[in-house]
Design a protein around this ligand. Structure first.
Ligand SMILES: [Fe+2]
Ligand SMILES: [Fe+2]
Length: 247
């Protein structure tokens, strides 16, 4: 008997393949987006595979913090795409409405994601009900999963407007996210714990080598119980999900 791991139920996205039609700049942006979306997938998979087995009050409290951090990551990513990235793509391409489909896809999971946030921030351990939790999860994950997959070919299709412009914008987006109000005690460990560096050699972490050491020595300590639910170690290697059921 083996335990399922965080590459299911939602399939991870492989990097797009290099071709003559796609510049290295466009390929880099699409691959980096796969990297980020796969962090979300692994964490959502870890939630799916463990939520039912979390029963002790202290475990539920930690699980809620784990889910809060996942919610923050997904919300922040899409907020910056909507507020900055998509409008700027429409500016440099000169194509008003080009990202409209993407925006509509964001709206399709927005309400459910908001409810998920409300639940994981407000629920006390004695109030936690796995059935309610799953109902909320199921209300937005199909639309989210579809969007996280669809956004990759959308980026590749921007090639015709200039890969260099797309890459500049992507780097600007990364700077904005890092300059925003992010909490390193939450963002750093939840991201490291959902990065599997053995998955795809092209999906590489956009942070310096010492970040895992910072997290290990300091930033992961504050909420250390929450990272028990992470699918990967602080060193970004896959590991067994503590609360998952054997198949
Ligand atoms: Fe995205
Ligand atoms: Fe998006």
């Amino acid at each position: 008997m083996t335990k399922p791991w965080a590459n299911e139920p939602f399939a991870l996205i492989p990097s797009p393949t290099a071709s003559k039609e796609v510049s290295k700049e466009t390929l880099k942006v699409a691959t980096d987006m796969c990297f980020v979306h796969n962090l979300f997938f692994r964490n959502l998979n870890a939630v799916h595979l463990q939520y039912e087995q979390v029963t002790k009050p202290e475990d539920i409290a930690d699980f809620m913090v784990f889910c809060q951090c996942i919610h923050e990551g997904i919300h922040t990513h899409h907020h910056h795409e909507e507020e900055f990235f998509f409008p700027e793509v429409e500016v440099y391409t000169g194509q008003a409405g080009l990202m409209e489909t993407n925006l509509q896809q964001h709206h399709a999971f927005e309400e459910g994601l908001k409810r998920f946030g409300q639940y994981v921030y407000s629920t006390k351990p004695h109030e936690y009900n796995p059935k309610d939790f799953k109902e909320i999860l199921d209300s937005f994950t199909p639309a989210l999963v579809k969007h996280l997959n669809d956004e990759i070919p959308t980026l590749l299709a921007l090639e015709k407007y200039g890969g260099d412009k797309l890459l500049n914008l992507w780097q600007e987006l990364e700077k904005r996210i890092l300059a925003g109000a992010i909490d390193p005690y939450r963002v750093m460990p939840v991201a490291l714990g959902s990065f599997d560096k053995t998955f795809d050699k092209n999906q590489v972490a956009p942070f310096p080598w010492f970040v895992p050491y910072l997290s290990w020595l300091w930033f992961s300590r504050k909420h250390k119980g929450a990272w028990r639910f992470s699918p990967c170690s602080i060193w970004s290697k896959p590991r067994e999900l503590q609360f998952a059921m054997e198949k």
